[in-house]
Design a protein around this ligand. Structure first.
Ligand code: ADE
Ligand code: ZN
Length: 330
């Protein structure tokens, strides 16, 4: 069985983090921006550690300057995802990078992204929805402005709100107001936690931000009581194993806790995070998981069912994608 052909649901992908390096290089050349320092000899993104990764990510993102740039990016990202068998994708987008948190500008960016997504859906059938993410190391004030942009544009396409960035900056509770605003607007909620910071960060995201999903969350495995809590509450982890291994959280695939978390009854899902940065793809993730843990088609089907049930889109979209998953001929 080819794992590439398996229909896949991906809940955790940063739109800018999925930018093909060639696209960023092209745009930088056209704008006369020198980005040579962020690429390695093979043309991929170059960084040493998590802090440098965030710096390179933001330098690459800075060449995306117009709604048209984001439309082109969206088309490229969705074409790549569809070729990996992804049928439903939730993508993080940020008003910080799209119009500097100005609501009118943000609307233009979001329209461009949503029109590009509709065109990709017509071409390849892939369905995309967007989650606004605030950036933790930009601080709570900017997070509130990002949440306001999200609340004002919540709807069929913009379905969620989250937080990414350096987990060492501030505490989840500092961002509670932004999350309250997003919750009141009817948005689904997720927070990066338990990636760089330990289990406490996951507890605080649950208690202070009241999210139904955690981005990564893998370091919860260090606290058995928290693992039980996640399993009992049915909290969904957006696990990105290739990202964790590339950033040095775990030495190799066998050491990654995804299989242990799943065995303990935690709802795990699989995503790529920022695929070109981590030299990964959805098929690559599935292949490595199959090699490391003996996961088979039935295991991946189970994970994709869990992901679709946890998706932030409306029920009609969920039902339609769930049917595509059930009837897939692989
Ligand atoms: N932004 C993009 N990728 C990220 C990650 N893995 N963790 C935190 N913030 C991010
Ligand atoms: Zn992420």
């Amino acid at each position: 069985m080819s794992l590439r052909a398996l229909p896949k649901v991906e809940l955790h992908l940063h739109l800018e983090g999925a930018a093909p390096p060639a696209l960023i290089r092209d745009m930088a050349r056209a704008r006369h921006v020198d980005l040579s320092g962020i690429f390695d000899a093979a043309g991929g993104y170059r960084y040493r550690d998590f802090t440098a990764f965030l710096r390179v990510y933001e330098a690459a993102t800075a060449v995306l300057q117009t709604p048209e740039d984001y439309a082109r990016l969206t088309r490229a990202v969705l074409e790549a995802a569809a070729s990996e068998g992804v049928v439903y994708l939730e993508t993080f987008v940020s008003p910080d990078f799209c119009g500097g948190r100005d609501l009118l500008a943000w609307r233009e960016y979001l329209d461009a992204i949503s029109e590009a997504a509709a065109a990709s859906e017509r071409d390849s059938g892939i369905v995309m929805r967007a989650i606004v993410t605030c950036i933790r190391h930009f601080g709570p004030d900017k997070a509130r402005q990002a949440a306001l942009c999200a609340a004002e544009t919540a709807g069929a396409f913009l379905v969620g709100f989250g937080i990414a960035g350096a987990e060492t900056a501030g505490r989840p509770g500092d961002f509670a107001y932004a999350f309250d605003m997003a919750r009141e607007a009817g948005l689904g909620l997720t927070a990066h936690a338990g990636e760089w910071a330990g289990p406490v960060s996951v507890r605080e995201a649950l208690d202070d931000l009241r999210v139904s999903r955690i981005g990564h969350g893998v370091r919860a495995v260090e606290d058995p009581a928290l693992v039980d809590r996640l399993a009992e509450a049915g909290t969904v982890l957006e696990v990105c194993p290739g990202s964790n291994i590339a950033l040095g959280l775990y030495p190799d695939w066998r050491a990654h806790p995804i299989d242990r978390l799943r065995a303990a009854g935690v709802k795990v899902t699989v995503s790529t995070d920022d695929p070109p940065f981590f030299h990964t793809t959805m098929t690559g993730e599935y292949d490595r998981l199959a090699d490391a843990f003996g996961w088979e088609a039935a295991d991946f089907a189970d994970i994709n069912r869990i992901a679709m049930a946890a998706a932030f889109c409306d029920e009609a979209t969920k039902d339609a994608i769930a049917k595509r998953l059930e009837t897939a001929d692989v």
